[in-house]
Design a protein around this ligand. Structure first.
Ligand code: AMP
Length: 279
C-alpha cells in the first residue's frame, strides 16, 4: 500500500538517488490535479502526491470545514493515474505543532494584490505548508497549476528566497468542454450555479478579444458592467497584469500579460486567469 500519514515513514521508503516529483494538493481531486500527477509520473522516477487541507491558508475554521473532501475517491483516482505514486495524507500534527503557526515571509506586491488582498494571510499559509513539504521531501521537481497563477509566483519566490533546489513546474489549466477551469470548489456548486460559473471564462475570453484594440481600463469597465448585469455572480476583482511580476498592464505589449478574475457564486468563490497575448 503506497499510503502514508507520517512523512518520516514515507521518507524512509524514498530512494534519495532517484528523482522525486511532488504534487501538493488539498484533495477532492479532479482531472486538473490528475494532469499534474500524470506529468510528474512521466518526468520523475518517484512521485509523491500530498493531500492536506492546510488550515493556515484559510481565514477561518468554517471555511476549512466546508472544503470538499473525499479521501477514498482521491486514492482511487491517484492509483488509476499513477499506480506507483506515494500518497501522503497527514493529520495536522505531522506538519504543525499545536500552535499551527505560519512562518513569516516577505513577498512584496505579489501578496498585496488580488488573492492576497481578498484572503488575509492566505499566502503566508500557502508558503508555510509548501516550504515544509519541500524541506521534508527534497523533491527534484514540484508541480503547481497555472489556475492559481499568483500562488505559482509566490512559490517561485519562496524557493528563490530560501535557496531551495527543487524546480517549480507550472502546469497549464485543465478545463471542461465548455472552458470552465476545473476546481475542487466546483463540487460545492448546485446545477444552476455550475452552469453560470462559465461566465468567468467567458469574460476572460472577452477580455482577450478586446485586448487587441482596447486598453485595460476600458476592458475592466466593460467586464465590471457585465458582472453588474449578472444576478448570479459577484465580482471580487478583474485585473490585467504582466505575467512575470504581476504589475498592472495598461495596454498591449510584447510582454506576456494575463487577465485575472475572482467572483463569488452563492457561497463559493472561484478564480481563473487567461493569457491575453496571441501566439
Ligand atoms: P488544490 O488542491 O486546489 O490546492 O490544487 C492543487 C494543485 O492543483 C495546485 O497547484 C493547483 O493550482 C492545481 N490545480 C487546481 N485546479 C487545476 C486545474 N483546473 N488545472 C491545472 N491545475 C490545477
Amino acid at each position: 500500500m503506497n499510503f502514508f500519514s507520517q512523512y518520516s515513514v514515507l521518507n524512509s521508503c524514498l530512494n534519495k538517488n532517484k528523482t522525486i516529483g511532488l504534487v501538493p494538493t488539498m484533495g477532492a481531486l479532479h482531472e486538473g490535479h490528475i494532469s499534474l500527477i500524470e506529468r510528474a509520473t512521466i518526468e520523475n522516477e518517484q512521485v509523491i502526491v500530498t493531500i492536506f487541507v492546510n488550515p493556515t491558508q484559510f481565514e477561518n475554521s468554517e471555511e476549512v470545514k466546508s472544503y470538499p473532501q473525499n479521501l477514498n475517491l482521491d486514492i482511487q483516482m491517484i492509483k488509476k493515474a499513477s499506480p506507483k505514486s506515494m500518497i501522503y495524507a497527514p493529520k495536522s500534527n505531522d506538519l504543525y505543532d499545536s500552535k499551527m503557526k505560519t512562518y513569516r515571509y516577505e513577498f512584496g506586491i505579489l501578496e498585496k494584490i488580488m488573492e492576497g488582498k481578498f484572503r488575509n494571510g492566505h499566502f503566508q499559509g500557502v508558503a508555510t505548508i509548501v516550504e515544509k513539504l519541500l524541506n521534508n521531501f527534497s523533491p527534484t521537481k514540484a508541480y503547481f497549476g497555472e489556475k492559481d497563477f499568483q500562488q505559482l509566483l509566490i512559490i517561485k519566490s519562496l524557493v528563490n528566497q530560501k535557496k531551495i533546489s527543487t524546480s517549480i513546474v507550472g502546469c497549464s489549466t485543465y478545463r471542461d468542454s465548455q472552458g470552465l477551469a476545473l476546481s475542487s470548489r466546483n463540487k460545492l456548486l448546485n446545477t444552476k450555479e455550475l452552469k453560470n460559473a462559465i461566465f468567468l471564462i467567458e469574460q476572460l475570453k472577452l477580455a482577450k478579444s478586446l485586448w487587441k484594440k482596447e486598453n485595460s481600463l476600458r476592458i475592466t469597465k466593460i467586464i465590471e458592467e457585465n458582472f453588474l448585469n449578472n444576478i448570479w455572480l459577484k465580482l471580487d476583482y478583474f485585473d490585467i497584469r504582466f505575467e512575470n511580476n504581476l504589475l498592472k498592464a495598461k495596454e498591449k505589449s510584447d510582454q506576456k500579460t494575463r487577465a485575472f478574475i475572482a467572483a463569488r457564486i452563492g457561497k463559493t468563490r472561484l478564480i481563473d486567469n487567461l493569457l491575453l497575448n496571441e501566439y
